[in-house]
Design a protein around this ligand. Structure first.
Ligand code: AMP
Ligand code: GLY
Length: 424
């Protein structure tokens, strides 16, 4: 089987690494890939969807896997399917679960899927009047894709009003902010649940927890994600059952009923509230860095899962997980991230990392030398028999790696460790 992976992050490196273990996979291409995917795949670089489809046809690609949401929102799956290609991912219509918050909120309301109460607005004055009326805490969200930055959780009215002005009047996210969704503030612990979906059913992966803020103790600005671990005990078997019965299954059933069946990875961003799990957001692709802790714990052939899901015949029994193992991922980022940062900085010490997996996020090869090429640079992933061992192993290897300006969080999985120490 020849596979094409689209994207260039740690997520795509983890997908490539897992697919490379499949006895069915003979060749992997990654577009554009990074310094890490170069070791398991052949990096190519095409941006245009039609050019990518042409490449897939000309090179006899049997399966394409799409990482980033922007390609999905632009309809890459529709184009590939029309060309008769097998592709794992949602169509443009199904991708609206992520690409339009107004769409996904209306969808959840219509099908009684638990989420925060909300109103959506296309008029800034009406949005501000609503905020003044309901008060804070309150959450203001740009409707469209905003690279994870289009959400403002406001604890005072001024902040909420400014968010409306920024999004709707100053248009800091362009047309993504022409519509805003204003919603109820949910309290609880966050969790990410990804599921392999074939258009009819969704098979859950292990629940994970991300660390979105740049600083220890969840301080500072939001990032794409500074670290993860899986599975998280915050999602107990009882909570998992509620997520599957109240959220995952109804979502897939409703998408099929709407004539837009969901194929691909559905990512539920959840708040575990005192009245049960609620959807904060849907994503229509693998999470980054959730993927980096979930896929190493998968005990099945990922290529077979992707193929079956793309063909609408996924068998839940074929999705198995390694038992009694946990994974921790620490993200090494460029100094300045999520703001401005330098690139092209040499990376040292990767050869010394012996007991963890290394997934590259923003790296590239400059001649023979590996250099930084993004905000999130490397993911150090350690598998242990418990959370304490996984954390220790990951940080022991983090200390061996160095590049100028390197920053990372020192408290990844601390919450899980505290729960573990209390019960062990
Ligand atoms: P999103 O981009 O929708 O995932 O939102 C980014 C972050 O904002 C989430 O990870 C939450 O921490 C926070 N957030 C979003 N919506 C809410 C909400 N309704 N209540 C509380 N926090 C929220
Ligand atoms: N880690 C969150 C995301 O991939 O959106």
């Amino acid at each position: 089987m020849k596979v094409l992976i689209i994207g260039n992050g740690g997520r795509e490196h983890a997908i490539a690494w897992k697919l490379a273990q499949s006895p069915q996979v003979s060749k992997i291409y990654c577009s554009p890939g990074n310094g890490g995917t170069a070791a398991v795949a052949e990096n190519i670089s095409f941006q245009n969807i039609h050019v990518l489809a042409e490449f897939a046809i000309n090179h006899g690609i049997d399966l394409t896997v799409v990482g980033p949401e922007a390609y999905l929102a632009d309809g890459i799956v529709d184009v590939f399917r029309e060309a008769g290609l097998c592709v794992y991912g949602p169509t443009k219509a199904a991708a609206r679960l992520e690409s339009s918050k107004a769409f996904s909120k209306a969808f959840m309301k219509k099908y009684n899927i638990p989420t925060a109460h909300y109103e959506s607005f296309t008029d800034a004055e009406a949005a501000k009047a609503y905020i003044r009326q309901v008060g804070t805490p309150i959450v203001v969200k740009a409707d469209g894709l905003a690279a994870g930055k289009g959400v403002v959780v406001a604890f005072d009215v001024e902040t909420a009003l400014k968010a409306v002005d920024d999004m709707m009047t100053a248009k800091i996210f362009g047309e993504s902010g022409a519509t805003v969704v204003i919603e109820e503030y949910l309290e609880g612990e966050e969790a990410s649940l990804l599921a392999f979906c074939d258009g009819k059913i969704g098979v859950p992966m292990l629940p994970a927890q991300d660390h979105k803020r740049i600083g220890d103790g969840d301080t500072g600005p939001n990032t794409g994600g500074m670290g993860t671990y899986a599975p998280t005990s915050a999602v107990t078997p009882a909570v998992m059952e509620r997520i599957v019965n109240e959220i995952l299954n109804p979502t897939l059933k409703a998408m099929a009923a709407e004539g837009t069946p969901f194929v691909g990875t559905l990512f539920l961003g959840l708040m575990l509230t005192s009245s049960g799990p609620k959807v904060i957001e849907y994503n229509v692709r693998f999470g980054d860095p959730e993927t980096q802790v979930v896929l190493p714990l998968l005990d099945s052939d990922l290529a077979q899962i992707f193929k079956d899901a793309a063909n609408g015949c996924l068998d839940p029994k074929t999705v198995r997980w390694k038992q009694d193992q946990v994974a921790v991922c620490v993200v090494l980022a460029s100094g300045g991230y999520p703001g401005a940062y330098q690139t092209g900085i040499p990376i040292y010490g990767l050869d010394a990392v012996d007991s963890s997996l290394i997934f590259h996020a923003g790296t590239k090869l400059a001649g023979q030398e590996l250099v930084t090429a993004g905000g999130r640079v490397l993911n150090i992933v350690h598998i242990g028999e418990n959370i304490e061992a996984a954390i220790e192993g990951a940080y022991a290897d983090v200390k061996k790696v160095h590049f100028e300006g390197m920053v990372y969080r020192k408290d990844i999985a601390r919450r899980e460790l505290n729960r573990y120490l209390k019960t062990s």
